[in-house]
Design a binder for this molecule. Structure first.
Ligand SMILES: CC(C)(COP(=O)(O)OP(=O)(O)OC[C@H]1O[C@@H](n2cnc3c(N)ncnc32)[C@H](O)[C@@H]1OP(=O)(O)O)[C@@H](O)C(=O)NCCC(=O)NCCS
Length: 163
């Protein structure tokens, strides 16, 4: 049995999420750490990867105006990285979005965050831009989506058609 076979992915309702904060503390610094902790408390959906009864990774998900999904933060405990856990979390997220009729999924990553962009690329995400999203959704709608996603300068937006 591989390590991946021992991982289960479960929903974390708001009241239980404090126990996941240490994963964020290992994964982010400064503004991102503060913001990721706040998002952990407030975001619609948090899924966590469990190994031997302990959470070792998490993903935060939100739906943007009905038909688009957003992967807010994804993080794996340092000692468990590069074993495919983030990939399992992302595949689980894509299944969840698909089941809720989401037709495209977005994620934003820091320009120089190679592991993160490699993870999303491995699931078929490609870089997109404000101009490209505007062509499809119109400028005003795109501004609203960017605001809802909290994309900040220095980040690139990634997109995958969900179906
Ligand atoms: C990004 C992160 C979530 C990846 O987690 P992980 O469990 O180590 O990733 P996986 O083992 O599932 O790897 C998934 C894919 O990404 C690639 N990848 C992961 N880490 C990588 C690295 N350090 N360098 C290059 N590629 C990497 C893998 O090669 C794999 O692709 P493949 O299946 O085509 O081989 C983890 O490094 C992390 O928590 N980083 C800090 C938080 C962060 O930056 N989150 C992303 C922004 S929200």
């Amino acid at each position: 049995m591989t390590e991946q076979d021992d991982i289960t992915i479960v929903d974390f309702p708001a009241g239980k999420r404090k126990g996941l904060e240490w994963i964020l503390e290992e994964s982010f610094e400064g503004w991102y750490l503060m913001h990721s902790k706040r998002t952990l408390r407030d975001v619609e959906v948090v899924r966590a990867a469990i190994l031997s009864g302990k959470p070792v990774g998490l993903v935060m998900l939100k739906t943007l105006e009905g038909s688009a999904g957003y992967v807010y933060y994804i993080a794996v405990a340092k000692a468990q990285r590069k074993k495919g856990i983030a990939k399992l979390l992302l595949e689980d997220s894509l299944r969840i979005f698909k089941a809720s009729k989401v037709v495209e999924v977005f994620a934003s990553v820091e320009e120089n965050n190679k592991p993160s962009e490699a993870l999303f690329a491995s699931e078929g995400f490609t870089r997109t831009s404000f101009g490209e999203v505007s062509k499809k959704h119109g400028k005003l709608h795109t501004i609203n989506m960017y605001n809802a996603m909290g994309v900040v300068p220095g980040e690139v937006l990634l997109r995958k058609a969900s179906a």
